[in-house]
Write a protein that binds this ligand. Sequence first.
Ligand SMILES: [Fe+2]
Length: 449
Amino acid sequence: MTDQPGAARSPGVTYQELLEADTHPVPDVLRLEHNVFESDEDIPTSRYTSREWHELEKKNLWSRVWQYACRTDEIPEPGDHYIYEITDRTYLVIRTETGEIKAFPNACLHRGRRLKDYDGRCSEIRCAFHGFAWQLNGELKDVPAKWDFPHVEAESFSLPECAVGEWAGFVFINPDKDAQPFDEYVAGLAEQFEVWDLGNRYKEAHVAKVVPCNWKIAQEAFCEAYHVNGTHPQIMGYLGDTNSQVDVWDNFARVISPGGTPSPLLDYDVSEDEMMATMLDVRHDQESPIKVPEGATMRAVSAAMSRERWREFAGDAVDQMSDAEMMDSIDYTLFPNFHPWGAFNRIVYRFRPNGDDHRTAIMECIFLAPYTGEKPAPAPVHWLEEHEVFSDAEELGMLGKVFDQDLFNMPRVQQGLESTHKPGVTLANYQESKVRWLHKLFTEWVEEN
Ligand SMILES: [Fe+2]
């Protein structure tokens, strides 16, 4: 069977075998496996380099796909609004008097000025240019010198609406009012997240940075673990990179990289103690503060430590969590650019073009943390300056250093793709099948419409 394309798997323990050894019951969702070989054809480099492809993305993707805009608790009260921008478009996401969330193109119906320049709270939506004003629900409220506009009738001068959807505290918008209903779009992902309630978290951190590459280059650097050996060799001692499990469904996919098991690419046996020392970032000439007891595994010991760390914030719910949920990177993607991690990991990524520039992107890392007691206020966006790196964002902890390694590649990938004489990039059949899946959907959305 394994000589069928896409059927081969890494030597070493499989993810499902690791789950068998878990010290706690593993949720059914982690037992699912779904990967169908699609193709081994190259992906055209023009998708990352050409202006034409970017224009097609604007026309066929961003104008009609569901996209994460903000968290519901970022606009808790009537009049609270959040400006969501994608390519050259700006949208106003606002809480109305009734508590409903609406979204409008952020543009005055008079002469077109953008209506809101900043996030904030307002009692009405009034244009700063000539003073046309709308109610929070988008109904026309006021036209200064109305006598000069007998042709403007309130009934036909409401702000046009985008479609809005909510899931687990995330607000999504779709510029296309007639899009597939959001509840349908998110159903498959939502079902898999039933065991992990991201709605019951608060936004603990939110770091954003403009990165010098096409947004898909940035995104795809987080869609496989194959790059770990080249880019993050320091974590190979405890991360099962090439034996990650990759699952692909219709509009969402996931990569699960097991923690507490060494990379099969290492050519020596890694002891349980070495795995622990590597994860704790202990130098070779230092003693590891934590030893793995005889007969125990680093994976189970480390998961137990993690449960105790989280108990303070999440209460005894941690006792229900499997080693897998404490240790593994369970990185989901909802097409096209939303990346919530499953289980106890707090990460959510978002990638998008930086304004209308197809050679720079915005990368964001959000931490959604559990809490006990009153819900803390959501963290504001911490924008890193051009000269700053992710490890300057202390709130990201150890992760910042890892991101900086990823970022180091990004402009170099862009430059290489601009220069290469090869018309396409080549993908691994299994390990990079999430990237393959993204491009299958890009073909459907961007090229076949
Ligand atoms: Fe990475």
